[in-house]
Design a binder for this molecule. Sequence first.
Ligand code: PHE
Length: 337
Amino acid sequence: MIEDLNVARDAALADVAAAASLDDVAALDARLLGKKGELAAFKRQLGSLASVDERKAAGAAVNEALAAVSVALDERRAELAAAARSAAVESERLDLTEFTARPARGHAHVVTQAWERLEDVFIGLGYQVAEGPEVETDWFNFEALNMADGHPARGEFDTLFVDHVAPGGTPGHTLLRTHTSPVQIRAMQAMEPPIYIVAPGRVFRRDTPDATHMPVFHQIEGLVVDRGITMAHLAGTIEAFTKAFFGGNVESRLRPSYFPFTEPSAEFDIRRPNGDWLELGGCGMVHPAVLRAGGIDPEEYTGFAFGFGIDRMAVMRHQIADIRDMYTNDLRFVEQF
Ligand code: PHE
């Protein structure tokens, strides 16, 4: 009987090892260990054995076989459960890399880059950076710059007025600055010569946006006031700045022009390697009336000033076709620079 038992036990263990699922294991458990199971059948045979010793030995063997099969079933169940768990984990897995990765690092806008590079160039030439308010008075924006009320040049600055009356002021005299030139006056009032400043900032004009105009744009103003300053200093400064900003193969030139606040006045152009001349901005020797408005004696000091568009510099540097693209916040555009 013990030999039969051993054969049955080995067969049972082989079946357990071959079980492919938890359902198989459950079925085997009932078939092998249940009251009416294959191994229980051996228990019923014990009574038919002749001697007590034989019964004892065979009883122990049956119990060992039952225990061995039971342990094998438990182990197989644990194996299959672990495999099922890892299969479930694998199939339900979520890729969270996107959320744990560090966010992409941004960078300064193309206009801010031009603004900062311009500041760097002039700081390198020994200039200080000055600032003025974006909401200005008529006096700083026009009057002090030699454009009295009714001056025809005022009409060329499509001015946006602000619905605000300064204490003791007159209605219609508060405006959004149309250029950075009022910072010339503020700097002269605040500092003693020698003055070497640049004033970058936002300016406003009542313009309809198109490929080359925006109602809000940026300028950088330069002002030098010192003893013995001449037009040659102005021309040399424009040339030095052009080379520093655009590179050695770009030239500059001055063209006679007119601004109420400079005399003589000029427009300055740069020549790109392809030979095209492009207008960059205005400049000239600070008008004596403007020095006086800034509290400076024109008999003692002279100076030059210049002003040009920062947005245009960015457009030229990167060959941007439409200035409006810089302000649509389209990342596909912005990320190129
Ligand atoms: N303020 C002038 C403009 O906006 C530019 C300029 C600045 C011209 C300084 C001469 C001197 O057009």
